[in-house]
Design a protein around this ligand. Structure first.
Ligand code: HEM
Ligand code: MTE
Length: 469
């Protein structure tokens, strides 16, 4: 047999285009799939997510590939082996060295701390985002906890702190499950940056994902701890994580207590995500799920719950995640005067087609897919699509979780087919906008909601597509 070539991971990682050749790794073997990409039955854009990378993490999710005929097909593209030293991905050093491995399909927004979004073309595929592809928002290194972890409940209203082990939580309280989306306040910040620079990670429109969470109701835990739901001194509920900043302060946030005691918001102390234990990145072993409320209050790696008459005093509650008027800048900003974001506004976005992609006029129709979501338990009642600058609108078909429309914490997926306009002039702009069950609508443009931190961009979402004749 022929001597086999060996390649380094570094070499393979550069083979990501037709020009360089498109290579992938499977089982420490290297394959040149350049000629196959256009013929991939699952579409060229999906297979390209693995270009220069390992196939395993993708085929773990799209498991239809794990069958003999596909392994045989792959073998035809075999060109050599991966260098032995590279069989295991090298670990970095420094405070983030102990962060967990991540799915290579995630689009990385910052490596340390790790922040990444789901690829737009995969976002609309599942009502429940696969755990490995769920977007990740970390401010600090990921703590390495065991399931011996405990949480402490404290407050002036309690005689002494109450300690609950992970096992106590699983054994002593009724299990509660709920489908809920998490969205970062900075989702779609890139469109704000395009108007005037803002501070923050440049998220596209995929800093949002949806999962079924399993855990116990915070309400049940507090009642069993002896907390009086009518105690008017309890105004805020604080949550602290185990991730520490360089000064030793934890990530923390708070939620007004009325959300739990008056509005009966089903806030969950969660240990499961889509039926599996939480992964390290998503808060193992315990995290807060605050449905309908901004991602920042969904504290991961939960350590302490504090019942207080004041809002949490940490950085991310006081000096971040607050909305401002467009004319506030870094010279006149006063974080003390602004309210901390809780419920999120109605939003929607187009996942497919991608911005700057190309369709052919002969196709006559274009399929458009996306998501819509609103905070405060408001479900989505309609999504409208326009390809003629808002002159006419097509109503999309909705895919929703089985939840009451005024108690909906899941996102809504939508899809529609729209005729390509005859007078397209080589380009078309697709616009989407949604309406929620309180009849709230989205603003038409980003300008009037622009703010210096780049949060809460919920303007009509627009995607430019080239039309070939
Ligand atoms: C479908 C091959 C990589 C996503 C398929 C099918 C084949 C195939 C033969 C048709 C299967 C069937 O209908 O039974 C390959 C090969 C790959 C590769 C040889 C790499 C060299 C990927 C990657 C992804 C992906 C990286 C995802 C990110 C899909 C999807 C389908 C599909 C979504 C369609 C599934 C459906 O219709 O239900 N692929 N694939 N593939 N593939 Fe791949
Ligand atoms: N909890 C802790 N302990 N540390 C964090 O950095 N990030 C918050 C929140 N909870 C964060 C946290 C933010 S801003 C968001 S948007 C969500 O977690 C993201 O959750 P996810 O990473 O599971 O998607």
């Amino acid at each position: 047999s022929l001597p086999t070539s060996t390649y380094t991971r570094e070499e393979v990682s550069k083979k990501t285009s037709k020009e360089t050749g498109i290579w992938v790794i499977y089982n420490n073997k290297v394959f040149d799939i350049t000629a196959f990409v256009e013929n991939h039955p699952g579409g060229s854009s999906k297979i390209m997510l693995a270009a220069g990378k390992n196939l395993e993490p993708f085929w773990d999710i799209y498991a239809i590939h794990k069958k003999d005929e596909i392994f045989e097909m792959l073998n035809e593209f075999y060109i050599g082996d991966l260098e032995k030293n590279d069989w295991i991905d090298q670990k970095s050093s420094g405070p983030f060295a102990n962060d967990p491995p991540r799915h290579p399909g995630l689009l990385v927004c910052s490596k340390e701390p790790f922040n990444a979004e789901t690829p737009s073309i995969l976002l609309n595929e599942n009502l429940l985002t696969p755990n490995e592809l769920f977007f990740i928002r970390n401010h600090l290194p990921v703590p390495d906890l065991s399931n011996n972890a405990e949480i402490v409940i404290e407050g002036d209203c309690l005689k002494e702190p109450i300690i609950l082990s992970f096992e106590d939580i699983k054994a002593k309280f009724e299990k509660f499950k709920l489908i809920a989306a998490i969205q970062c306040a900075g989702n779609r910040r890139n469109e704000m940056n395009a108007i005037k620079n803002v501070k923050g990670l440049t998220w596209n429109h995929s800093a949002i994902s949806n999962a079924e969470w399993g855990g116990v109701l915070l309400y049940d835990i507090l009642i069993s701890a002896g907390v009086d739901p009518n105690n008017s001194n309890i105004k805020h509920i604080h949550f602290e994580g185990c991730d520490l900043d360089p000064s030793g302060a934890p990530y923390g946030a708070s939620i007004p207590a009325d959300r739990v005691f008056k509005k009966q918001l089903p806030i969950i102390i969660a240990y499961e995500m889509n039926g599996k234990p939480l992964s390290r990145d998503h808060g193992f072993p315990l995290r807060v799920i605050a449905p309908g409320i901004v991602g920042a209050r969904n504290v991961k790696w939960l350590k302490r719950i504090i019942l207080s008459d004041k809002e949490y005093n940490g950085h991310w509650q006081q000096n971040d995640y607050k909305p401002f008027s467009p004319n506030i800048d870094w010279h006149n900003v006063d974080f003390k005067k602004a309210m901390a974001i809780q419920e999120l506004p109605v939003t929607s976005a187009i996942c497919l087609p991608l911005n700057d992609s190309t369709v052919h006029e002969n196709e006559k129709e274009i399929t458009i897919k996306g998501y819509a979501y609103s905070g405060g338990g408001c479900g989505i009642i309609r999504v409208d699509i326009s390809v003629d600058n808002g002159k006419t609108w097509v109503t999309a078909d909705l895919v929703q979780a089985d939840q009451n429309i005024t108690d909906m914490y899941s996102w809504t997926l939508w899809e529609c087919s729209v005729p390509i306009p005859i007078d397209h002039g080589g380009k078309m702009e697709i616009i989407c906008k949604a309406q929620d069950s309180s009849c709230n609508t989205q603003p038409e443009t980003v300008g009037p909601v622009w703010n210096l931190r780049g949060v809460l961009n919920n303007a009509w979402h627009r995607v430019q597509v080239n039309v070939e004749t």
